[in-house]
Write a protein that binds this ligand. Sequence first.
Ligand code: GDP
Length: 477
Amino acid sequence: MTVTPPTSVVGTAGHVDHGKSTLVKALTGIDPDRLREEKEREMTIDLGFAWLTLPSGRRVSMIDVPGHERFIRNMLAGVGGFDAALLVIAADEGPMPQTREHLAILDLLEIRQGIVAITKRDLVEPDWLELVMNETIELLQGTTLEGAPLIPVSAITGEGLAELIQTLDTLLATLPPHPADGKPRLAVDRVFTIAGFGTVVTGTLRDGPLSVGQEIEILPAGKRGRIRGLQRHREKVEHASPGARTAVNISGIAVEEISRGDVLTIPGWLTPTQRIDARIRLLADAPAILEQDDEVMLFIGTSETLAQLTLLDAEKLTPGDTGWVQLRLRKPVVAVRGDRFILRRPSPSATLGGGVVVDAHPPRHRRFHLATIATLELLARGEPVELVRHALAEEPRDVATLTRQLTLHEHHVADALEALQAQGEIIALVSPTPHTPTLYLQREALEAWRSRLVALLADYHQQYPLRRGMPKEAARS
Ligand code: GDP
C-alpha cells in the first residue's frame, strides 16, 4: 500500500506589487500568473496555482491571490480553502491598504495559521527593515495572525527562502490532519474543457475523499455526472483526499452548465439555500453601519450573491459590533453550518465584515424574539449531542432525518445518539417492519405518554371493572 503524504493548502495575501507571485515562483519554480494578460501587465488578475513538496515530504498546494483592489472578488474565491496564509509585505513600502484589507479577511475567515514574508529585503537598509517589521507586528495585533513569524526574504538574492520553507514545514506539521470521513465538497473556482476529455473543474477539496468512477452532483443546479479522472498537482490519481487542490474531469455535464461558485459534491445530501442564519461581525473600521433590510454582497465558498439583512437582535450594527442576522439571498448558494463568509458593501465596494453560518435552512424569523436567539446560540455551539437533543425534543426522528436536518456527519449523529442513549435521555424504537427506520425519542416524552396511558387504563378499569381490558384502538386514539 502506498502511503499518501500529508497535504496542505497555503495561499498568499497582500498588496499589489509586493512580490506575491514572484515569491510563489521562487518557492515552487512555477509561475502562478497563467493568463497572458497577467504576464503582459505583470499583475495577478485571477487566482494562480502552484505546488511544492516541503523537506518533510508534505505536499503543499499554493494559491496566489490578486492584490489589486479591483480583483478582490477573485481573492475571496481563493481564500476560503487556506490552511495557512502567506502574508506578503514589501520591505520598501511596508503595510498598504490591501495588506490591511486582506489581513482583515483572513481574520474574519478565522484563518489562524500564517507566516509573514517581508519581501524585497534586498531593496532596504537594516534599520528600515526593522521599522517595517515593527509596524507589521503592530498590525497583526488582535488578529488571528497575531504572533505569526516574520521572515525577511529576497526573491532576487534568495535570502530567507530556505528559512521560509522550513518555517512553513514546521507550522503545517502542527495542524491537525484534514477531516476525511465526511462528505466531499469542492467549491469550484475554474471550469474548462480539455480536448478529448471534456469538462474539468478545479477547487480545494474538503471534508471527504473523491474517487474515479464516483457519481457526483453539481449544485445549486443539481446536475448529475460521473468522475472520469482526478488530478493532483498535474499527477493522475485514483483517489483524492481532502486538503489539496484537485482537478476533476467529469462526464455527463457540459462545461456551459458549470461555473465558478458552484459546488461539486456527492448526490443527495445538500440542498441549495436562499436563507441563512448567521452570526456576523462588522470590522472595527467598517465604512458603514448596517440597518434592517440593507443589501450586502455575500461571498461564501467561491460564490457571491446579493443578500438582504434581517437584524435579529439589534436595531442596527455599527463598526465593531456582532449580531445575529438572517440573510435573504438573491440567488441560491450551497452552505453548511460552520461555513465562514465575507460581507461587502455593493457600492462603493468595501469589506464590511463577515461571519459564520449557524443554520443553512432556517424558517423565517421574527426580529427580537428571545426563543429564536436561544436556538441560534445553541446551534452556534454546534455540539452534536446538543443539536440532536434539541431536535429530538421537538419530535421523534430517525438517523437519516437528523443527519440531513442538522447537516452533521452521519457518524456524529450516531455517536450523539449512542451517548444520549447511554445517559438514558433517549430511547430507540426499533421498527417491526424491515423498511422503516429506527426512531429515536426523548425518554421523558415516552414516559409522559406511558403515564398518560397507565392513567387512562386505570380510569377505564375503574369505570368498567367487568371488562377484560381497553380495546387497542380506543387506547391508541
Ligand atoms: P504581486 O503583485 O504581489 O504578485 O507582485 P509581483 O510578484 O508581481 O512583484 C512585483 C514586482 O516586484 C515585480 O517587478 C518583481 O520583479 C519585484 N520583486 C518581487 N520580489 C522582489 C524581491 O525580492 N526583490 C526585488 N528587488 N524585487 C522584487
